[in-house]
Design a protein around this ligand. Sequence first.
Ligand code: CDP
Length: 244
Amino acid sequence: MKSDIELITSEGKRLDGRGPEDIRKIKIEAGVLHRADGSCYLEWGGNKVLVAVYGPREAVPRHTQNPLRAIVQARYNMAAFSVEDRKRPGPDRRSVEISKVISEALEKVILTEQFPRATVNVNIEVLDAEAGTRCAGLTAAGVALIDAGIPMRDIPVAIAAGKINGQVVLDLGKEEDNFGDADLPVAISPRTGEVLLLQMDGHLTVDEFNQAFDLAVKGCHAVSEIQKKAVMHKYQAIAAEVQE
Ligand code: CDP
């Protein structure tokens, strides 16, 4: 992944003008779909993601049921038109991996023990992709789960940190992801600090890893505030309608 392309200047200015710790612009809207139990539309830099949540409902076929708790099935899908070279529709190794790690992350915060034999389905559709889509999908899923009224310990949130031209930065953009030295997606439960997802692509020294991890956790807390505002915005609007 190492490259000689200048992704960050000696003054710390990145290709899109951001500083090392700046996050791309994020816009989150809760409850955008009428037929899903919960939904969320999220824009994060050039990423556009739509999430629909169904459940908890009886898991079928029945052999998939867990008598002690609900199962969480996240399905991450990249639309064919979401990337520069048209993507072949349907699941591939990458989307199966991302669906698995997101399912496991969400399972840690959803109170699954309250819904034995049930399933919670989380459909993540990436409409436009520009690096960091697993973090964008997981962050949107957190809001969609709240919108669906699914009991959770916390709203899960994610962001990636990484290394470009030897420097640790937050929230990699497309060129930084493609030509940078390392990418470290991190998801946490912001209330407890529990790590829900941690992956690494590329190489980091122990010091760099610690620095990137701390930066990602700081970034998660900043994104968490935007998530909470999106939820408040929707429910304040409903409360105002009810009062009228
Ligand atoms: O999206 P994320 O960073 O979570 O995952 P990745 O596997 O590191 O992919 C980084 C980026 O590569 C994606 O966000 C897309 O912009 C791009 N990509 C692509 O152009 N075509 C694919 N088939 C997969 C990814």
